[in-house]
Design a protein. Structure first.
Length: 261
């Protein structure tokens, strides 16, 4: 007697693919929690996604009206401009970057405000891995349904993007996860790479350069190491929300930059 199936399954199956995928979820989770910054209160279900952008796209399919704060990551307004609102009382879900996209600083005060609307919250942690002094304890917020981390900024692998989505929502990824249909190419690429760069590496390596550039150009150092901030009219062309956010060329200057100033 043979066993039939309702699903169209491949003739050849590589068990290594699913084994490595499951291993990487744990490796990625451990990497996040290895940071010197506090990380706790994450939703229990974990899924590999094609970067936080993929998680956003899936979120757009689950909710209609997307609430954001001024200065939030511009992708949302570019993709679904008619469904984005800064009037959070109209939102079906609120997406907040932490650190915040506009300035790379802690956005806990924004999460607290969003929590008061009693609608689901999605926290975008794209800058995790290039920030310091940020508290990632989400345990006190009752409406956070999803939190997503990525390696694009911390390891510089955006062209092979990968993210880890923690969620209690029913995302499409949870369906193809049960089908053993994972994003293996991205997993394979990052499986050994992730343990070569810690979540704190970029700050430990480049913070001094950030401080030197900010001092020379009268900028305020952000807690996200790639940014310098300005609240005057001097760098108005870099305006994001209520701040001028300048991305610093910290990987293009020598270690002795500014020493003779």
């Amino acid at each position: 007697m043979i066993n039939f199936s309702k699903n169209a399954k491949p003739i050849l199956k590589n068990n290594k693919v699913t084994d490595d995928h499951k291993t990487f979820i744990n490796v990625f989770d451990n990497w996040i929690h290895s940071s010197q910054q506090i990380v706790t209160g994450l939703p229990t279900n974990k899924y590999i996604v094609s970067g936080i952008t993929d998680a956003f796209n899936q979120t757009y399919g689950l909710y209609n009206k997307i609430g954001v704060f001024p200065g939030e990551y511009g992708y949302h307004k570019l993709v679904i401009p008619d469904r984005i609102t800064e009037n959070l009382s109209q939102a079906d879900i609120i997406i907040i970057s932490h650190p915040f996209s506009a300035d790379g600083m802690c956005s806990k005060h924004l999460i607290e405000e969003a929590d008061s609307y009693n609608v689901p919250i999605f926290v975008d942690c794209a800058f995790f891995g290039i920030c310091s002094n940020i508290n990632f304890d989400f345990s006190l917020f009752k409406n956070i349904k999803s939190i997503c981390f990525s390696l694009s900024k911390s390891i510089g692998t955006g062209l092979y993007r990968i993210g880890l989505l923690y969620t209690t929502d029913f995302y499409p990824v949870s369906v193809y996860e049960t089908w053993e249909y994972p994003l293996y190419s991205s997993v394979d690429y990052h499986l050994t790479l992730i343990n070569k760069i810690s979540p704190d590496y970029n700050v430990l390596t480049f913070k001094n350069k950030q401080l030197k550039i900010c001092k020379q150009y009268d900028l305020i150092p952000s807690d996200t190491v790639i940014f310098g901030l300005d609240y005057t009219e001097k760098y108005i062309e870099y305006k994001r929300g209520n701040v001028n956010r300048l991305t610093l060329p910290i990987n293009n200057i020598g270690d002795n930059y500014g020493d003779n100033d």
